[in-house]
Design a protein around this ligand. Structure first.
Ligand code: DC
Length: 221
């Protein structure tokens, strides 16, 4: 008998839209696994920056992604033995991640790793192309948005809480540039899947967004 595929909820959206917090909240409530696909791009970017690989060398970057010894365990993100959960959140790494994410061979190199997260009892995956490219058969697709100003403010708070320095004007400019790059690239651009439900979180708390997604999910069953 053919096995039915493991349930996936795909949550896509632009940078600092609150995807991570919301997706983790949904995963925790359902007891599902969680994939932070952006972390994979950030891990590759961090490796490239450390090894001095230029950010436009597609074959070298794809090889780096394929050979990268990364793991997620106990809430930590590891490169080899080193916990890099904080290091990959630096703006410089996020920027580098956005730049290398335009390279098709690099994206291809990360596909297998992402599919590997699909394990019972289910997966909540967050990123840019979860519903469009990686898990097109996701049972529920959500596209989270929030105004650029709301997102810049969230990113500001996040950075300050983590002990990084931050400037609102720089953040807003950086975020708008990154949005434009993520949305205009030819491979897997940031856009809502035609069958995605839109959720504007500009005036919502993360908890309210989680509740809305759980409501949509509950209505499917
Ligand atoms: O979600 P994030 O800010 O951690 O992602 C960092 C960068 O990685 C983002 O600018 C674009 C890229 N990315 C992507 O291209 N596809 C994904 N599924 C996730 C992230």
């Amino acid at each position: 008998m053919p096995q039915s595929p493991v349930t996936v909820i795909a949550i896509d959206g632009p940078t600092a839209s609150g995807k991570g917090t919301v997706a983790q909240g949904v995963a925790a409530r359902l007891g599902f696994h969680y994939l932070d696909s952006g972390a994979l791009y950030r891990l590759t970017a961090l490796s490239a920056l450390r090894k001095g690989v230029p950010l436009d060398r597609e074959p070298e970057l794809a090889a780096l992604a394929r050979e990268m010894d990364c793991s997620f365990s106990g809430g930590g993100i590891f490169l080899g033995q080193e916990e890099v959960g904080q290091a990959i959140r630096a703006e410089q790494v996020g920027n580098a991640a956005s730049r290398i994410a335009i390279l098709p061979a690099l994206r291809e190199a990360l596909v297998g790793l992402q599919l590997g997260f699909r394990r019972p009892p289910g997966l909540v995956a967050d990123g840019r192309d979860m519903g469009t490219m990686i898990f097109p058969d996701a049972i529920l697709k959500v596209f989270l948005t929030a105004s650029a100003a709301a997102r810049a403010e969230r990113r500001y708070k996040q950075l300050i809480e983590k002990g990084f320095s931050a400037n609102m004007d720089d953040l807003l400019k950086d975020l708008t540039e990154r949005d434009a790059r993520d949305a205009s690239r030819t491979v897997a651009p940031l856009k809502a899947a035609p069958d995605a439900r839109l959720l504007d979180t500009s005036h919502m708390t993360a908890e309210q967004a989680v509740e809305q997604i759980l409501k949509w999910y509950g209505a499917l069953e």
